[in-house]
Write a protein that binds this ligand. Structure first.
Ligand code: HCR
Length: 383
């Protein structure tokens, strides 16, 4: 039944939200949605999902051979998916609409050094408001593993589902522990389909394909299918590591559960049902004005407590402040400068690795941002 999971008093609002989806022009972030579907978390926090298995991230550099490291990269990547795409359903009952970040919004976090794996640090900065693009940097210096990437989204409505095409990519840099030279991995981002819209209980299914290309020559391709294709189960994938035209190893299973090496179920590859390690973040009281949780504190409180007037008022204040900043910049002929990242027209790592992919999985050219190493220890922007 249409809207079955929508609170009675918000059914009309949900129906008109669905109607307006049909007119959407690719950016869903600025659309107004009824309160029951709002999340109190900003999109700027999402890059933390890349590292809720810090052990898998750190252990990549311990792989003894090029192939073993590619396999470890694949394992860590598959391990990130359930956090990235099912957390809101687990914690809030369904997928929700995240807060729409402002330009310059920041998010910092850390995963502590446990059992000598090294500390993992996260720095995120919102580098675009419309459309929202967040750029992130994650590093474990002791392990010799770092990840840089950005994600933007282009959305379209099919009538029953929202298709989301992610732009952007991530580059993983690994210094192998065996002393081999540093290697890079280009990670392209999967496509999403948001199902369950009509009922008011959205959830995500991954579709199509994404790839990981290593500078060592190994490629991993991951194909996603929902219920009824590979296993009859939701959230299924098949992956293959290839070198040249030769398939070296295949994997299959569920990215929300168990997956196996090869076609049988005798060799477990990964079990993602275990606990995830959420990133540790400073208390809001200790954060600076541009840090996400501090910036949105009243909006988030309003959403959590059902005080949507309070949430709406503070959201309007933040948006007006932003509009004024843009006006001031235009009047003063200045532009906003990012704190932690430099925009570059072309990233040589991306060019080199995407050329190795030999197919249409990546656009030939993508804008990129480069981490400003000398801002590693700067926390927060001065007002
Ligand atoms: C599509 C989405 C915003 C973007 C979110 C991204 C793609 C952001 C990058 C992360 O690495 C992975 C990720 C996970 C999220 O699942 C995805 C969001 C899901 C919903 C949200 C829409 C803009 C909001 C849709 C509103 C619906 C729920 C009615």
């Amino acid at each position: 039944i249409s809207g079955a999971d929508v609170p009675q008093e918000q059914k009309a609002g949900w129906a008109s939200f669905i109607k307006s989806l049909a007119q959407m022009t690719g950016d869903l972030s600025s659309m107004t949605a009824p309160p029951f579907i709002l999340s109190p978390t900003s999109l700027t926090e999402f890059p933390a999902y890349w590292c809720e298995h810090p052990d898998l991230f750190a252990s990549i550099s311990e792989g003894a051979t090029d192939k073993e490291r590619m396999e470890r990269v694949l394992k860590w990547f598959i391990g990130t998916l359930s956090a990235q795409y099912t957390t809101r359903n687990e914690k809030m009952g369904s997928e929700k609409k995240p807060l729409n970040p402002v330009l310059g919004e920041l998010f910092y976090g850390v995963w502590p050094d446990i059992n000598g794996r090294g500390e993992t640090r996260l720095i995120v900065e919102q580098v675009s408001h419309h459309p929202p693009i967040e750029h992130s940097y994650i590093e474990n210096q002791k392990a010799g593993v770092k990840l840089q990437g950005h994600s933007g989204q282009k959305t379209s409505f099919t009538g029953t589902a929202i298709n989301v095409k992610q732009s952007g990519h991530a580059i993983l840099t690994v210094q192998p522990k065996n002393g081999q030279k540093e290697e890079k991995y280009l990670i392209t981002l999967p496509k999403l389909r948001i199902e369950g819209i009509i009922w008011g209980s959205p959830y995500i299914e991954l579709t199509d394909t994404n790839a990981i290309q290593s500078s060592t020559g190994y490629t991993a391709q991951i194909d996603y299918k929902g219920k009824g294709y590979f296993t009859g189960k939701t959230h299924s994938f098949k992956a293959a590591i290839t070198a040249g035209n030769k398939t070296v190893q295949t994997y299959e299973g569920q990215w929300t559960g168990k997956s196996f090496i090869g076609g049988s179920k005798s060799h477990l590859f990964l079990d993602t049902t275990g606990p995830k390690e959420e990133v540790s973040v400073k208390n809001v009281e200790q954060q600076t004005e541009w840090e996400s949780r501090k910036l949105w504190v009243n909006v988030a409180k309003g959403i959590r407590t059902g005080n949507y007037d309070e949430a709406g008022k503070d959201k309007t204040r933040i948006e007006n402040e932003q509009r004024q900043r843009r006006k001031d910049e235009a009047a003063g002929n200045t532009t906003w400068s990012h704190l932690h990242f430099d925009h570059v027209d072309s990233d040589p790592d991306y060019q080199m690795l995407s050329a190795l992919l030999h197919d249409k999985l990546t656009p030939a050219h993508e804008d990129a941002y480069v981490f400003k190493e000398n801002t590693r220890d700067i926390v927060g922007r001065q007002a």
